[in-house]
Design a protein around this ligand. Structure first.
Ligand code: GLN
Length: 495
């Protein structure tokens, strides 16, 4: 059983469907694995062993009734900004530390309906604001490849759970890079679908024009499987798009012949450390070797992405987080009057980064500054989206680094801007809404690292072309095999 935990979701679901192993046995194996490993990794804020067992019994019964369940018995980890009924859902914030979700969000429901087993809720930067998981108010998550380093963020717990073999698949949320950057840091696949593809019903909002849920997996094939399961229109989320979700699994390609891959002129690899640069140069050569024609494309406004994002995202968060005032959800620091209760609750409940964003956002939206900041940022966003449209007239997919370095050590980025710059390569795609993923593309061993650290190649395609994107990524993954270590080879010895 514990061997099967290192298999892919497809392999597990097949073994469970063929009754070679029961879902309950898978649940027990995953629970034992979490027990053995999470002390060192710290991926989970809440373990849901009983729910996993209960769900496994249901899955076994449904299989006995002859149902077909594409994710039967597959252990799944859920980022703790997604509601799971009757389970603590914290956003890694003091303000929601003891809040119990009253319902289950759509994407999670769809996974459960397909037979997945929820093993726990994973750590994140508070309200998904950050790139290292260090902004969590409730725990530390370590990178399974080097326990002295961050897993990335904000979906750090979800990627660490998959990378350390505690869950086979996970859900993350990506607003400016929070699935792709941590996936790159932990050597797994992280996929942000097109904005509007996956329902956010039950995802606690950070920046609503950007937030998107997506899969974190060991392979592209599994990412396609999870994507097909969770994507599609949902009456509970009016931003979901009523377009049919093409099956992604049968679009997976074995080579890249006839494909034009765009290399972005402005993303000059010379800006990177030489060892990191060498990995990306090799990745581009591998795309060519697999049959792609490399073409240069330009995203002239991409450089404004970080500045644009850090107006739009805080503006939206200042509005979304206004609901946490001690009246309806979570923490309440009772004072003599309502105003003082709001203030004391929010002062005690939110961490520094969340407060910083609320302040920036409130300022950017205030009369007198609205046009200068918020409106200009919206205009810049439009230009960035147009840059992608133009680039995609000349290529079928864009390839670039998912992050400018491998995972860094704890406390390495003490000023907020250096942390914000971690999303330099992921934010433009979020602003444009286009589907984008990170797939393992090689390793570097920086001075002081305890072993090799993974890097991720970011691949991006036009709006609503997830099938093509997964197809390209699958060919790259098959043709290079960088992700073949499903768990970090050093993990066993580190534990
Ligand atoms: N790191 C970015 C931020 O802090 C992106 C976060 C995310 O995608 N949720 O906002």
């Amino acid at each position: 059983m514990s061997d099967l935990l290192d298999a892919t979701a497809r392999e597990i679901a097949r073994a469970v469907a063929e009754r070679k192993v029961s879902a309950l046995e898978m649940a027990e194996a995953a629970i034992a694995r979490v027990h053995a490993r999470d002390g060192a990794v710290g991926a989970f804020l809440t373990r849901t062993a009983d729910l996993a067992r209960e769900q496994a019994r249901r899955v076994d019964a449904r299989l006995a009734d002859g149902e077909t369940l594409p994710l039967a018995g597959v252990p799944v980890a859920l980022k703790d900004n997604m509601c799971l009924s009757e389970t603590r859902t914290t956003c890694a914030s003091r303000i929601l530390e003891h809040w119990i979700a009253p319902y289950t969000g759509t994407a999670v429901q769809r996974l459960l309906r397909a037979g997945a087993l929820p093993v726990g809720k994973t750590n994140l930067d508070e309200f998904a604001m950050g790139s290292s998981c260090e902004n969590s108010a409730l725990g530390v998550t370590r990178n399974p490849w080097d326990l002295g380093r961050v897993p990335g963020g904000s979906s750090g717990g979800s990627v660490a759970a998959v990378a350390s073999g505690m869950a086979t698949i996970a859900l993350g949320s990506d607003t400016g890079g929070s699935i792709r950057e941590p996936a790159a840091f932990c050597g797994v696949v992280g996929f942000k679908p097109t904005y509007g593809r996956v329902s956010r019903y039950g995802l606690i909002a950070f920046a609503s024009s950007l937030d998107q849920i997506g899969p974190i997996t060991k392979t592209i094939e599994d990412a396609a499987l999870v994507y097909e399961t969770i994507a599609g229109v949902d009456p509970m989320d009016a931003t979901t798009v009523a377009r049919s979700v093409e099956t992604a699994l049968d679009g997976l390609r074995e080579d890249l012949r006839g494909l034009r891959v765009g290399i972005v002129r402005e993303f000059d690899l010379a800006k990177l450390e030489p060892d990191v640069r060498a990995v990306y140069e090799q990745a581009y050569r591998d795309l060519e070797r697999l049959g792609a024609e490399l073409v240069e494309v330009s995203l002239p406004t991409a450089d404004y992405g970080v500045a644009t994002y850090y107006l739009i995202a805080p503006a939206e968060c200042s509005s979304n987080l206004a609901r946490f005032d001690g009246m309806r959800y979570g923490l309440r620091v009772e004072q003599a009057d309502v105003g003082a209760t709001y203030e004391a609750t929010r002062a005690a409940g939110f961490g520094d980064e969340v407060k910083r964003r609320i302040l920036i956002g409130t300022h950017a939206l205030s009369s007198g500054y609205y046009d200068a900041y918020y409106v200009r940022a919206q205009k810049a966003r439009t230009l960035i989206a147009r840059d992608f449209e133009k680039a995609f007239a000349a290529c079928d997919a864009i390839a670039c680094p998912a992050a400018s370095s491998a995972a860094f050590e704890f406390n390495a980025k003490s000023d907020p801007v250096s942390m914000y710059l971690m999303d330099y390569y992921t934010i433009p795609m979020s602003l444009a809404g286009v589907p984008s993923l990170s797939v393992p593309c090689g390793y570097v061993t920086p001075a002081g690292a305890r072993g090799p650290l993974p890097l991720g190649l970011e691949l991006t395609t036009p709006l609503f072309t997830e099938r093509a994107l997964l197809g390209v990524a699958h060919a790259y993954e098959r043709g290079t095999q960088h992700g073949k270590h499903h768990a970090p080879p050093s993990l066993e010895s580190a534990l």
